[in-house]
Design a binder for this molecule. Sequence first.
Ligand SMILES: Nc1ncnc2c1ncn2[C@@H]1O[C@H](COP(=O)(O)OP(=O)(O)OP(=O)(O)O)[C@@H](O)[C@H]1O
Ligand SMILES: [Mg+2]
Length: 326
Amino acid sequence: MELRTNPKVTAAVQVRGLTKHYGETRALDGVDLDVAEGTVMGVLGPNGAGKTTLVRILSTLVRPDAGHAVVAGCDVERQPYRLRRAIGLTGQYASVDELLSGYENLYLIGRLLDLNAKGARRRAEELLERFSLTDAAHRPSKTYSGGMRRRLDLAASMIGRPRVLFLDEPTTGLDPRTRNEVWAEVRRMVDEGSTVLLTTQYMEEAEQLASDLTVFDRGTVIATGSVESLKRQVGQQTLTIRPARAEELDAMIRRLADHGLAAVPDGEGRLTVPAGDEAQLTAVVDALGGSGLGIAALETRLPSLDEVFLAITGAQSAPSSLEPAA
Ligand SMILES: Nc1ncnc2c1ncn2[C@@H]1O[C@H](COP(=O)(O)OP(=O)(O)OP(=O)(O)O)[C@@H](O)[C@H]1O
Ligand SMILES: [Mg+2]
């Protein structure tokens, strides 16, 4: 299978037919994926879906059984050395040297990446500062808390300003403030030109960072697209109505029912009505207009990413389709 070579279409990551089996387990089973340069691709999927396997193949830690992958213009199998110089990786599990201090870890990586002594020192200090590790910079990293190690790991992956950054569940176990710091740093890397492929279990993280999403289940891609398009694809937009007078809630439900619209109270004094398209929205407005029932607030809402995720992966995991496709 030929990978796209059109220079006008710059994909930082191109994957075709990628396959990796462990015995009977199909960790990856013919995966296609493109990540456009300068974007953040969020990879979602339940435990065991194959996310880490993908990241490990793309960062040359594991060889695929079949298929092709090109990262930053380098073929994962034929140009692994060149590829490693173009990427940064934060794996799912911390990988810093425990005997070295945070500063030493970062300085060492900087030197390994060909920074001179001054450059490596400056970059280490800068990243320690950004990840709030300056106070602990000179302690052995084995004395760091879990969250501090995680931050050191992230800092380490960013030292060389990689063209492509792989982050495998980067914020698992981080407190909310630290998570925000990490998000800010990821955005900064993208502003500075990096492309990011990020796996996550947090829908909020995907919404905050990713422009595009790929959902995996049992080694295959089951959905892909922009955050917005996935929401539209899966879920129905809903309209929320808050009556001006709370006691008119039931009257409003009846009025909508008379017009063939099923409104459901949300338990907080509002009604929700499915409003997937313009015609439905117009029907609601027509039904209530001139009814004498006052409206205090109207809001349309797309489903949350959590709802999208459950809908997509739930459909795949339904009992009737438990057996992987042959
Ligand atoms: N080295 C290995 N040996 C055997 N099986 C493996 C190996 N690595 C991964 N697997 C299996 O491949 C499948 C995919 O694993 P992977 O770690 O890629 O999933 P994941 O999507 O990252 O899951 P999680 O959300 O739990 O991190 C799982 O069934 C896992 O048990
Ligand atoms: Mg994983």
